[in-house]
Design a protein around this ligand. Structure first.
Ligand code: EMZ
Length: 387
């Protein structure tokens, strides 16, 4: 096995029964494994709701560290669509040429910097920095603000020894309260100001709603993007041939990005709360219990993907669900895809090869299943392309 392999721990259970159980703070979760059922359940918001108690659809559950509802993530239709309409255009800005240009210059600078070093710890010195700086573009605020977020570390709710760190979460909540008050006093062109000025059902969004969108923007796209970036570096370290191919065939970079996202599935699963007694894969599911839509498993479903455990860098048909599925699909997906596209393009242009010095894998424990989702640390040397 190569260091950049991400094994699929769900294969047997997916084939044999289609689901698996895990406990989570005495609020168990039935994980749904097959591509077809995952999509079906994602569609069926009446039976599998997102608008439960704030934090409950996240696994591990955040009910003990969060009261603010994340918007539009923890809202069901029809209100979900109202909120989504408000934010959708803003989150499509990453597709604009000017945004892409700024992102490209940020990523060029980071890659140039790591090329000059003998050893780089990718998670903290590369991926976290890249994600934080890119977030200044998504929020449309000054670049310098990234320093504050870098100092918070990889996850806003997790610390090294505590997967649900309330004290750490409070740093984010206090920060957002201050930023929202600041935007009320000094309206500008930033996301806070835009949200504060927007209306839903004929009234202005209130502070709590603005905070709900902002928590999602900060938390939802943080460790996921960091893992996707780090894992891509690990992949190219093992596969200099792929990097070489992308250098010669830049037209397949879009496909490569989709395939990397499918293969890594940076978000393993997302929960739903069950509103009525029902069945999934002939398995009874009780009202008020939780299921999760296991994107990582669905993305390895051999009934949908040929050679599912292989990165096929120019895979043609790729109906992956790494960004979720149906009306709740990832709001930050354009931003995430753009980051990966620019990153892969820049690596192909500037990097010859990457040597891995040492690494520790980041494992998630999900009942009987253990899944590699990224790296806690991975030290590498980037070698410049010599033309
Ligand atoms: C939530 C979630 C959203 C959650 C799409 O995922 O991401 C997690 O990292 C956060 O902890 O609160 O935002």
């Amino acid at each position: 096995m190569k260091q950049s392999d991400f094994p699929d721990p769900f294969e047997q259970a997916r084939l044999e029964k289609g689901f698996g159980d895990m406990d989570d703070q005495d609020d168990p979760v039935t994980m749904i494994f097959r591509h077809k059922e995952v999509r079906k359940c994602a569609h069926n918001w009446k039976t599998f709701q997102s608008g439960a108690k704030p934090g409950r659809i996240v696994v591990p559950s955040e009910v003990n560290i969060r009261d603010t509802r994340q918007i539009p993530f923890e809202v069901d239709p029809p209100m979900h669509g109202e909120y989504r309409k408000l934010v959708e255009d803003w989150f499509r800005r990453p597709l604009q040429p000017d945004y892409e240009k700024k992102l490209t210059s940020q990523i060029h600078a980071i890659v140039e910097e790591v090329l000059s070093k003998d050893s780089v710890e990718v998670v903290s010195e590369f991926a976290l920095v890249l994600q934080s700086r890119a977030l200044t573009l998504l929020l449309n605020i000054p670049f310098e603000e990234a320093k504050t977020w870098i100092s918070w570390g990889i996850h806003v709710f997790r610390s090294e020894d505590n997967p649900l760190d309330g004290a750490k979460a409070n740093i984010l909540y206090d920060y957002l309260d201050k930023q929202i008050d600041h935007a009320i006093a000094n309206p500008g062109e930033d996301l806070y100001s835009v949200l504060l000025a927007s209306e839903v059902q004929g009234r202005k969004l209130n502070k709590e709603e603005v905070k709900g969108v902002m928590i999602l923007t900060f938390a939802g796209g943080r460790d996921t993007v960091i893992n996707a970036v780090t894992n891509s570096i690990a992949y190219f370290a093992d596969h200099p041939d792929s990097l070489n191919r992308l250098r010669n065939e830049p037209e397949i970079i879009g496909k490569a990005v989709e395939e990397l996202v499918r293969y890594f599935s940076p978000l393993t699963h997302m929960g739903r709360v069950v509103t009525e007694d029902t069945q999934v894969c002939e398995h009874a599911i009780k009202k008020d219990s939780r299921i999760s839509l296991c994107w990582a498993s669905a993305n390895r479903d051999a009934t949908v993907f040929e050679n599912p455990n292989k990165v096929v860098i120019d895979r043609k048909m790729n109906p992956h669900v790494a960004f979720g599925f149906s009306h709740h699909n990832c709001l930050g997906a354009h931003h995430a895809r753009q980051i990966l596209k620019v990153l892969v393009t820049t690596l192909a242009e500037k990097v010859q090869s990457i040597d891995v010095h040492d690494y520790t894998e980041k494992m998630e424990s999900l009942g009987e299943f253990n899944r590699k989702v990224g790296y806690d640390q991975i030290s590498v040397k980037f070698n410049a392309l010599t033309k």
